[in-house]
Design a protein around this ligand. Structure first.
Ligand SMILES: C[S@@+](CC[C@H](N)C(=O)[O-])C[C@H]1O[C@@H](n2cnc3c(N)ncnc32)[C@H](O)[C@@H]1O
Length: 392
């Protein structure tokens, strides 16, 4: 299969030379510097075994679906449907498919960082088998995302429901994994401040995005839409993370990773798909750094102690703080505590005490007078956080 741009430009050929690695290359030089943002040509289990332990942040895998097509599929007008009947999608039995699934998932688990996560996309043909294997290997399923297709293929024979979705399993490496990336606040903000749900609506890949060969036919039979990958990466990675795709195909994961300022490593067996992916990724312009910062929620903000406000001169010892309605007041002491009557303690403890409560958020309870109005001391904490962000 050749692409429209089958004669690579000088720039492209330089890129091609430096961007495809053989298994021997990886074995000689397994450090990430050698394989970052490259495609490794070969079988994914062997390639994964050549990569170092705990070296990637996220894996996106779109494995063979084992579609088990029973002969040619035709439309009512007898035209033939361009179905996935490639050799790489065929397995002798469910047992053979399960053994393959187990082998590549085990290899993936070793290269994932302890706080890493894996996404596997599939259809009813394979996703239940993949899900069971993930659980058998001690991955922990976080979500199953339903990708509902806006433009699915009809069921031509009318013998079943129209198959209008695929499923993506998202799992952490370990059952008790802590600290995996989920950009919850960014996802929610992007969804009009409503929690992002587990059913996603996207069209299948078509139009200008669909890679075509010189013969006008699809360059890859199962090219995934970039919008789907963009949501996956925006949800579960940070700029600079390493995303591995063991079934790289036409390189959708690499193209989106490059555009979003993430690093990628792809593994693919077929040279024609590698060529298509290289041309495609070469053409991608990464977005600017300023557009890639990920919005974080309060939990992710750096911890700032009340004492820091005193040390930085934003609040002076002796300042009188009050609540918003000036019913309670306390004096700031040089050691970072507040005092009121015979009591002293942290901003939180004293705030609770003067109100007769068990707990209180001192940052929002105590206010200072800026000469015009009363403002919560949280506003001064925000100033410190803003300065810290400039240091990043
Ligand atoms: C479902 S397609 C992935 C399509 C890809 N997500 C895209 O958007 O183009 C699966 C790919 O895995 C490749 N493949 C199948 N078995 C493989 C193996 N054992 N090692 C490496 N690649 C393999 C196939 O050649 C095929 O391109």
């Amino acid at each position: 299969m050749s692409l429209n741009t089958s004669v690579p430009s000088k720039r492209t050929s330089e890129f091609l030379m430096s961007s495809v690695l053989s298994l021997a290359d990886i074995r000689r030089s397994p450090a990430s510097g050698a394989w970052l943002n490259t495609i490794i040509k070969g079988d994914c289990v062997a390639a994964l075994e050549a990569l170092p332990d705990q070296s990637v942040d996220v894996i996106f895998a779109d494995p063979p679906y084992n579609l088990q097509l029973g002969g040619m599929l035709t439309r009512p007008d007898q035209s033939v449907v361009d179905a996935v009947d490639d050799e790489w999608d065929q397995f002798a039995s469910f047992e053979a498919y399960d053994a393959f699934t187990r082998a590549w998932l085990l290899a993936c688990r070793r290269v994932l960082k302890p706080n890493g996560t894996i996404w596997v996309i599939g259809s009813y043909h394979n996703i239940f088998r993949v899900g069971a294997t993930l659980q058998d290997l001690d991955f922990w399923i976080l979500n199953d995302i339903v990708w509902r297709k806006t433009n699915p293929m009809p069921n031509f024979k009318g013998r079943r429901f129209q198959n209008a979705h695929e499923t993506m399993i998202w799992a952490s490496r370990d059952p008790k994994a802590k600290g995996y990336t989920f950009n919850y606040d960014a996802m929610k903000a992007a969804n009009d401040d409503v929690q992002m749900r587990s059913d996603w609506l996207f069209p299948i890949c078509s139009g200008g995005e669909r890679l075509k060969g010189a013969d006008g036919k699809k360059a890859h039979p199962t090219q995934k839409p970039e919008a789907l990958l963009a949501r996956v990466l925006m949800a579960s990675t940070k700029p600079g993370d390493i995303v591995l795709d063991p079934f790289f195909g036409s390189g959708t994961t690499g193209a989106v990773a490059k555009r979003l300022g993430r690093n990628f490593v792809g593994i693919e067996r077929e040279q024609a798909y590698i060529d298509a992916a290289l041309e495609r990724i070469e053409a991608v312009e990464p977005l600017g750094k300023a557009t890639l910062s990920v919005m974080t929620g309060k939990k992710a903000e750096p911890r700032v102690a009340f004492n820091t406000l005193i040390e930085s001169g934003l609040i002076k010892p002796g300042t009188v703080l009050t609540d918003a309605r000036r019913r309670h007041s306390a004096i700031v002491r040089a050691d970072g505590t507040l005092a009121c009557g015979g009591d002293a303690g942290s901003i939180h403890r004293l705030g609770a005490k003067v109100q007769g409560l068990d707990a209180c958020n001192g940052w929002t309870f105590w206010h200072y007078d800026d000469g015009q109005t009363l403002k919560p001391i949280d506003a001064l904490r925000a100033v410190i956080r803003c300065d810290l962000a400039k240091l990043d």
